[in-house]
Design a protein around this ligand. Structure first.
Ligand code: GDP
Length: 444
């Protein structure tokens, strides 16, 4: 899923690599590629149009940032806009305060409703709920048995009509199920309903009747992510015919191009709440727009890194330090500033894990103790400005003086000066290889 979309977006960003400033032509070219990438992934045309227009507009307005280069800023914008069309915040089930919470499932036949009922049953049970699944799909010959099977697998109660007991009417079944759930103190009721192969009036009417009978807290529209461009039309028909409070995307494990995922929220205005990724009952999870966006961008933790770098880096400081690094004029004052920036960025080892190609520094920095900074600060503050600018002049007698002034031992001063020389060497290597400010693997 999303493989080719990922590739196309990556190549759209590649064009921005190394640009110090974005021209209108750069932005146009990138926007065009993003547009093609989304259309090829079967994203609805209207969604693509709005998406690209916003990205273009925001990219044209990017200020020269001290922390991120223009390419990184565009990636950040695309990420934010992707999260936006996927719904922004994670939307969780709203449980009823009194009586059982009712979750009704609707969608076309084969969308994965019955399977989903089992998945929800297991998921709810794991959260300490006592769910009951209701077989109100009396259309498909096997649906009742199938629900009983998944219910058994999940270890949850299934309410099914007894054969021959006025069982032809799914609305009746749903009503009786509600009574049963109240009587047996089940706190969540999941109602599986019938689907058709296509949208028709009868299907919509039945779903609407069941809806009226059970008064659900959530109506989940279940949609097969593989159906591509048809997804939008189907979703719209269900929104008009039954109305729903949330969407469940199924078969995200398939080789679908992903358009349904990216269109359905925008088109219906309803949030995607769950994602199904396989036939097993555990192949299921709450849908998180931000995680999905970073999966689509295939940059994983790189986006986290961009965020943290942005938060932590004072731009001028970073630029000035970078210039000094390049010129080999890295001083102890810069060293201290870098240490503080690193401390602000959180655990260095964790950050290094996020940066491709940074493994070589991992061990060196794994021992980085943030409390050491206070000691380093005291030592550096006890130096003269000349010593800070030119640490090579710090000989034995100067070290003794500095240790006294900072309340540390001479060996601490020695260690710090050694660390500085080591770090300065490393910083120069990082600068050459495009270390933190230019982040390897990123456009820049
Ligand atoms: P319903 O007609 O809407 O109740 O659909 P079913 O629950 O019977 O599912 C139809 C088919 O899709 C079954 O073969 C399921 O095993 C399969 N299925 C359901 N969800 C998923 C999923 O997330 N991934 C995959 N690969 N198959 C799924």
């Amino acid at each position: 899923m999303f493989d080719s979309l990922q590739d196309r977006l990556q190549s759209a960003f590649k064009n921005l690599r190394g640009k110090g400033r974005l021209t209108e032509a750069d932005i146009d070219a990138t926007a065009r590629e993003i547009r093609l990438a989304l259309l090829e992934a079967d994203v609805s045309v209207s969604v693509v149009r709005d998406f690209v227009a916003t990205v273009k507009e925001r990219s044209a307005g990017v200020e020269v940032s001290r922390a991120l280069n223009p390419g990184q800023q565009v990636v950040k914008i695309v990420n934010e806009e992707l999260i936006g069309i996927l719904g922004g915040e994670t939307r969780r089930i709203r449980f009823a305060k009194n009586g059982p919470t009712v979750i009704m499932l609707a969608g076309l036949q084969g969308a994965g409703k019955t399977t989903l009922a089992g998945k929800l049953g297991l998921w709810l049970k794991e959260q300490g709920k006592s769910p009951m699944l209701v077989a109100a799909d009396l259309q498909r010959p096997n649906a009742v048995t199938q629900l009983q099977v998944v219910g058994q697998q999940a270890g949850v109660t299934v309410f099914a009509p007894e054969p021959g007991n006025g069982t032809g009417d799914p609305v009746q079944v749903a009503r009786r199920a509600m009574e049963e759930a109240r009587r047996t103190l089940h706190d969540v009721v999941v109602v599986d309903t019938a689907g058709r192969l296509g949208i028709d009036a009868e299907l919509m009417r039945q779903a609407a009747d069941i809806r009226a009978a059970v008064d659900p807290d959530e109506v989940l529209f279940v949609i097969d992510a593989m159906i591509g461009q048809d997804a939008v039309q189907t979703a719209q028909a269900f929104a008009d015919g039954v109305d729903f409070t949330g969407v469940v995307l199924t078969k995200l494990d398939g080789d679908a191009r992903g358009g349904a995922a990216l269109s359905v929220r925008q088109v219906t205005g309803r949030p995607i709440m769950f994602a199904s990724t396989g036939e097993k009952l555990t192949d299921f999870d709450v849908f998180h727009p931000d995680r999905m966006a970073s999966r689509i961008l295939d940059m994983g933790d790189m986006l986290t890194l961009i965020e943290q770098a942005e938060k932590a880096m004072d731009a001028e400081e970073a630029t000035a330090a970078a210039e000094k690094l390049m010129g080999g004029k890295f001083t102890l004052t810069d060293f201290l500033a870098q240490m503080e920036a690193i401390a602000k960025m959180g655990s260095m080892t964790k950050l290094l894990g996020m940066m491709p190609g940074m493994g070589q520094y991992k061990e060196q920095l794994a021992n980085f103790d943030e409390r050491e900074i206070d000691k380093i600060k005291a030592i550096i503050y006890s130096m003269t400005p000349a010593e800070r600018d030119n640490p090579k002049m710090i000989d034995g007698s100067r070290r003794a003086r500095i240790s006294k002034g900072s309340g540390t031992e001479v060996k601490d001063v020695n260690q710090m000066v050694d660390r500085f020389f080591e770090a300065s060497k490393m910083m120069q290597q990082m600068a050459k290889g495009g270390g933190v400010p230019g982040m390897p693997g990123m456009p820049g």
